[in-house]
Design a protein. Structure first.
Length: 625
């Protein structure tokens, strides 16, 4: 790298550390201040922070790879997470969650199931899930940033002792970046995380725009047209993917067949099935939930969630599309001639393009932007995960009456433990893709059933939640173990077959087991106290099957009204998914110079924005401050 690029990266790291540590003084007032910023941070800063946290480098590398291979319709792969859970949060869940006025997702569970044995069991299991998820994501970041940095930077930082490999260069780079990020995150809590993430968002947007402009200027329309086919540009699909690439790029069609997603209709159907339930289940107990709980009011929680959707996708996909356009023209012939081409090759497209095809200056800013993407997402999880250890386990069950300084110190220790466990897990991960599929399909699959039922069904109780979550987590963990060890099983054996099934296709099994645990736990135990249910329903006002609870409240207050917004909320979610999708395909079509389709995407974005102004924004404005 040129000295200019190195200087930009060093300046960015120093600036981030300085801001994070400078702001950290505000985090010493107590747990509420440390984990939620004392609920004093403005909603648009929280929205920028939330968007920045979702702009991670591992995910960006994965998205570059799938856009390169599958073309425009690859944005539907994002439904694995599913990304439109943010739409459901925007439309109604942010309001429901913020009305609870508590600190963490597991503390919120106590308002639903009470503080008796059943409530405490549900409280502990969601705290455990939050900690496991945080550790899993840290492993995911560890794998991604290490692979990214070794291809970009020229220095070999591998450690050996007596011909024994102690650390690879990837692991050394990952450890250095993680250490630097952990320092300011642990020191300053939510204040430092938000302050640095707002800075990081700005850097990422500038980097994305510069790459998009560079790709637009240096790559011609003819060069793009010579590589991609009409099918590559087509957002629609049949049950089975046909020939996706031109005849001269047959290796890429072969790779699509080998990846296991040729039956694209089945894959999208499974993603939609999972996505609907996962989205109503609500955000997992991680950083986006913390942002909702950190807002000043219910109204600001809704604004923040909507703003996150608005500011995230266009700049992110300008960057991704710019990188892919350069890769299509410069790397396709070389990769197509490789008979051993596999999915892992796609993960290194991003660093390869940066290393060899981005000019001095822009390269430094882009690297700083991608480093910012990693640090912002990582710091968000490091702030969110320990909240469950300290507030929901240590404070509640072991030391309930200590002073604020003691809990802040405990938070520091918990943060280091979570990071250490995530790094340890990252040492044993095969690839970014394997971790992505495990987190999105298996781990989150175990979360869905119980958290879907908790909103919509009054009879669902704490024991049902506990056994539903536990059974889902056990099956998800078994799936991860099988996937990581599939190379050790005899070909044709049951374990080999199970280990080689794509995680998304195992979702119905995980969901069914979790659903069975939820129903058995519920019907074999007593219902939640009516007083607890009345308090929850009165505060949160969800729709669903709550008639016995509503009847009790109606007897007490003749003016008490049901939430009849289900139909409008679902309509808004459908419009919102189209709105979100238009923000993804618009920069892709613009960068590949398909202007008619880019114009259609822009018109769809404008129309859906106008609809949501009347059906969602005007409704939010009427909420109390």
């Amino acid at each position: 790298m040129d000295n200019i690029d190195v200087s930009i990266i060093i300046a960015y790291v120093i600036l981030t550390l300085a801001i994070g540590i400078w702001v950290s003084k505000r985090a010493s007032k107590g747990l509420d201040s440390y984990f939620l910023g004392g609920k004093t941070i403005k909603w648009y800063y929280l929205g920028l922070s939330n968007g920045s946290g979702m702009f991670d480098v591992s995910g960006t590398a994965w998205m570059v790879g799938i856009l390169f291979l599958y073309g425009v319709k690859s944005f539907m792969f994002m439904w694995l997470w599913p990304i439109w859970n943010q739409i459901f949060v925007m439309m109604f869940l942010a309001v429901w969650i913020r009305r609870s006025n508590i600190m963490t997702g597991s503390e919120w569970i106590l308002t639903r199931f009470g503080d008796a044995k059943a409530g405490r069991a549900s409280h502990i299991i969601v705290a455990v899930f939050a900690i496991v998820a945080a550790i899993g994501f840290i492993a995911y970041f560890f794998e991604g940033v290490g692979k990214f940095m070794t291809i970009i930077l020229p220095w070999d930082l591998g450690l050996q002792f007596n011909n024994m490999h102690l650390l690879t260069s990837e692991q050394s780079y990952a450890l250095i970046i993680i250490f630097l990020t952990t320092v300011y995150t642990v020191k300053g809590g939510m204040f430092s995380v938000v302050a640095t993430e707002v800075l990081q968002y700005g850097i990422m947007v500038i980097a994305g725009l510069l790459v998009a402009v560079y790709a637009f200027i240096t790559v011609t329309d003819i060069e793009i047209a010579n590589v991609i086919s009409e099918e590559w540009k087509n957002v629609f699909f049949d049950w089975e993917l046909g020939q996706h690439w031109n005849e001269k790029y047959v290796a890429f069609d072969n790779l699509i067949n080998a990846e296991g997603f040729k039956m694209f209709g089945a894959f999208i159907g499974m993603s939609l099935f999972k996505g609907f339930f996962a989205s109503i289940a609500g955000p997992t107990p991680s950083f986006d939930l913390q942002r909702i709980l950190s807002t000043k009011t219910v109204k600001e929680a809704a604004y923040m969630s909507g703003f996150t959707n608005l500011i995230l996708f266009i700049p992110r996909y300008l960057l991704i599309s710019g990188i892919v356009v350069i890769a299509l023209v410069t790397l396709s012939p070389e990769m197509n001639s490789n008979p051993l081409l596999n999915g892992n090759d796609l993960e290194i497209l991003l660093p390869k393009v940066i290393n060899f095809h981005i000019p001095v200056g822009i390269k430094g800013l882009l690297l700083a932007g991608l480093l910012a993407a990693f640090m912002s997402t990582f710091s968000a999880f490091v702030n969110a995960g320990p909240a469950y250890i300290v507030n929901d386990i240590y404070k509640k069950y072991f030391k309930p009456n200590a002073d604020s300084k003691h809990y802040i110190k405990a938070s520091h220790l918990a943060s280091f433990i979570v990071v250490a466990l995530g790094v340890f897990m990252g040492f044993f991960a095969d690839s970014i893709n394997s971790l992505t599929l495990w987190i999105t399909s298996a781990l989150f699959g175990g979360y869905v059933a119980a958290n879907f039922l908790k909103w919509i069904w009054w009879r669902f109780n704490g024991w049902g939640y506990f056994w539903g979550m536990l059974s889902g987590l056990i099956v998800a963990t078994l799936q991860f173990v099988l996937d990581q060890n599939k190379g050790d099983f005899e070909t044709g054996s049951l374990l080999y077959d199970l280990g080689n099934i794509h995680a998304i296709y195992l979702f119905p099994i995980i969901f069914s087991v979790s659903l069975l645990g939820s129903f058995l736990g519920t019907f074999l135990t007593q219902p939640t106290s009516m007083e607890v249910l009345k308090s929850f329903y009165k505060d949160v006002r969800p729709w669903g099957w709550w008639h016995p609870v509503f009847k009790e409240l109606k007897n007490e207050d003749k003016n008490f009204a049901k939430n009849k917004g289900f139909a409008l909320d679902m309509l808004n979610c459908m419009v919102g998914i189209i709105w979100q999708s238009s923000m993804i395909v618009l920069p892709i079509y613009f960068m590949i110079r398909d202007y008619p389709k880019a114009l259609i995407a822009l018109v769809v974005f404008i129309i859906t924005s106008v609809i949501l102004k009347f059906t969602w924004l005007d409704k939010v404005k009427k909420l109390p401050n």
